[in-house]
Ligand binder design. Sequence first.
Ligand code: GLY
Length: 340
Amino acid sequence: MITVRVPLGDRSYDVLVGHGARSELTALLPASARRAAIVTQSGIPLEVDPGLPFERFEIGHGEQHKSLATIESLCREFARMGLTRNDVVIGVGGGMVTDVAGFAAASWHRGTAVVHVSTTLVGMVDAAIGGKTGVNIPAVDGVGGKNLIGAYWQPSGVVCDLDALATLPPREVRCGRGEIAKYHFLTGDDLLAMSEVERVARCVQIKADVVASDEREGGRRALLNYGHTLAHALEIETDHALAHGEAVGIGLIYAAHLAHHLGRISAERVQQHYEVVGGAYELDTSLPTGLSAEHLVELMSRDKKVLGDQLTFVLDGPDGVEVVPGVASADARAALALME
Ligand code: GLY
């Protein structure tokens, strides 16, 4: 078992990474908790025992259930069972579950402790770490969006039990690999030389360090969006036929081409992106056919992570990965053409 500390002063917490890590769950629960509300979904392969009286609530599958209606129905259940702010919410599942459980906990009595038991690769290396919680606004008359309502609410602890990965569908594994590929370029670590447990723990450590230095994304936390600007556009343009992590893989290749086109990195460094994304993690590295470059550039210029009215990207360069504002749309288009 590897323990990674997320250092946030009096809100610091441990992330336990390993096979069977769920057996240590009780060590992460607040001492004040007398009962637990477990938020999960049907089909989640892990059963947890919080060692306290608990009730278990399943939320629906699919982004449409990542909603305020789900938060209200969970909070009704919390009220019925008499959950107090000294008790604990435990989210057991992937990123959708931990985002919803975290936001319900942040809202319940204006803030109740939450512990996440992450059961997917994406959840372990990204979603469960760092305290971003929230739900979507379903689109009505063209107005809506993902994760627009939410709160920063750090968990009291996180369990990454790799036993859950044994039954993860191949597509979910691919998505996790897209996020892990991103971490290869944020530090100089050779993640491929590590065991799976070490690799997941190292990704958690990299994310923990970034979150500790910039909890509310005033600057450095934006680096975690490496590869994500094109990825968000691809998800929208393919109507989510491409899943997030798959889109991130392609987005990393695009970011490398754009950085090379702008003279920031060498052709060899672009090749390293192909070796990690396409070679080691066997993810797609080319754009799906039939997409309009104009649309993609337009969508990227609207990405919510973009600062100001010019295109902003997270790009590799001589000083490592950094936020690069002021990229001309002609350059963004030229880099798309390099991928075909
Ligand atoms: N998923 C990016 C972040 O947590 O900031």
